[in-house]
Ligand binder design. Structure first.
Ligand SMILES: [Zn+2]
Length: 447
């Protein structure tokens, strides 16, 4: 057990359920009259406020999809005008946005001051679950973006909540008026000076930074933890990153994956590899898994649609919200760290993750994994487009290779072995991206 003396993690389900019950009662009282989305869902199901008494009764409320939230985000924000509530529950502290969506329009996510205080708890608990101590120093490798996201800024808040140092490398340049960003070599220099014990960012950029440090002969031996979020990371990708870290003097570093969600301004994290993604704040956040078709609750161990419910938010409030992934839940005490909370076992997968290329049904995750395991690849992107009079699918793999490497033939073969379709492989100097997340699978065929 490494729960630590300072941890305020709830002892068992009895405590969690009691806290959820009390919090949800007040939240539902407000939502029934002041939350357009909940009013709509109650009406849809022919329910009233009185029908929802315990947290378990939430299962009677129809599911909210991401598309519904994107279409009318204002409906998901509590209207607390004139409500008799403490000031911290009414003041808007910040508004963050989701990263791109299929429509390309980011969705706002509003937090009041009390919501922000809960975000600090989420962030501190995430660090504790991941084994961070007060002797650690964080390097924030997230770039700044045009829309505020819960990536860059929440790293600063995580450090604040555990009272530990953080250095922000500020990579890249989100726009012409921005003058404080750094190029790759300056980022490496910042790390060499600050000697972080933790790197925190997206795996594709982390790979570039660590590879460049190796090229420049910069050792970063203090690194013991690498926090990745925002993009999936296959076992192959994890192995590649660890090999690169070993080459710069950090052979014992551990990669810790976060299942990040804008809707909790944090993520579900592992206490150790393979132990499941822990809900860091079970008093305030509930995770359910339901049948993808009927939306009926599923027992632990069965794969289904992952739902998120907020127990006590006062800005954006979501109840029975489908985050868009399928996963397997456990509510058993974690055998490794001893915490009691919901854990998602294995890697959640997109509910709509299969696609067709030239008539073949393929799983993009397998194609990504096939490339992530190749050491000669520094960065890459798959693109599918439609070309020619017959509208044939064009399947391309663009690659930034390690200096002197020529992995085209190997990559084409590995991808064909993984998904049955052979990509046209092209080497380039650099892959440009707009978002802080690397888009490694770009489908440009439209509808
Ligand atoms: Zn654990």
């Amino acid at each position: 057990m490494d729960t630590g003396k300072t941890s305020d993690f709830p002892a068992d389900w009895e405590v969690i359920t009691a806290e959820r019950h009390a919090a949800l009662r007040a939240t539902l009282d407000l939502a029934a009259t002041r939350h357009a989305l909940t009013r709509r869902k109650l009406a849809e199901a022919g329910l009233t406020r009185a029908d929802l008494v315990t947290p378990a009764d939430l299962a009677r409320l129809p599911v909210t999809t991401k598309a519904e939230l994107m279409e009318r985000p204002a409906d998901a924000v509590l209207d607390l005008d004139g409500a008799e509530l403490p000031e911290e529950q009414r003041v808007v502290w910040d508004t963050m946005y989701t990263t791109g969506s299929s429509s390309g329009r980011p969705t706002p996510f509003v937090s009041t001051t009390s919501d922000f205080w809960d975000i600090l708890v989420v962030q501190r608990r995430m660090l504790e679950i991941r084994g961070v101590t007060q002797g650690d120093r964080i390097a924030n490798l997230f770039p700044l973006t045009r829309h505020p996201h819960g990536a860059f800024i929440r790293v600063l808040h995580a450090a604040a909540a555990l009272h530990i140092p953080v250095v922000s490398a500020l990579p890249g340049n989100p726009g012409p008026g921005f003058t404080v960003g750094q190029e790759l070599d300056a980022v490496v220099a910042t790390l060499a000076r600050a000697r972080p014990t933790i790197l925190w960012g997206v795996p594709s950029y982390m790979r570039r930074v660590v590879a460049r440090a190796g090229e420049l002969g910069v050792a970063l031996p203090d690194i013991r933890l690498v926090f990745v979020t925002g993009e999936g990371l296959s076992e192959e990708g994890r192995g590649d990153l660890l090999a690169r870290l070993a080459a710069i003097g950090a052979p014992d570093a551990r990669v810790s994956i976060s299942y990040g969600m804008t809707e909790i301004q944090g993520g579900l994290v592992e206490c150790a590899a393979g132990q499941g993604l822990h809900n860091p704040h079970p008093e305030a956040i509930a995770i359910d898994v339901v049948d993808p078709i009927t939306h009926a609750p599923l027992p632990d161990g069965e794969e289904g649609l992952i739902l998120l419910s907020h127990m006590r938010r006062r800005g954006t409030l979501l109840l029975r919200y489908a985050v868009g992934d399928l996963g397997v839940r456990s509510t058993a005490r974690c055998p490794h760290c001893g915490r009691v909370t919901e854990r998602i076992l294995g890697t959640p997968r997109r509910a709509d993750d299969l696609t067709k290329i030239r008539g073949m049904l393929v799983n993009p995750a397998l194609a990504l994994a096939a490339v992530e395991g190749v050491a000669a690849v520094r960065d890459f992107r798959f693109e599918i487009s439609r070309s020619g009079a017959l509208g044939m699918d064009e399947f391309m793999l663009t690659v930034v290779a390690e200096p002197g490497a020529a992995p085209e033939g190997l990559l084409a073969q590995r991808v064909k072995d993984a998904i049955g379709v052979t990509p046209r492989v092209t080497l380039v100097e650099r892959i440009e991206g707009e978002s802080w997340k690397a888009k490694r699978w770009l489908d440009q065929r439209g509808g």
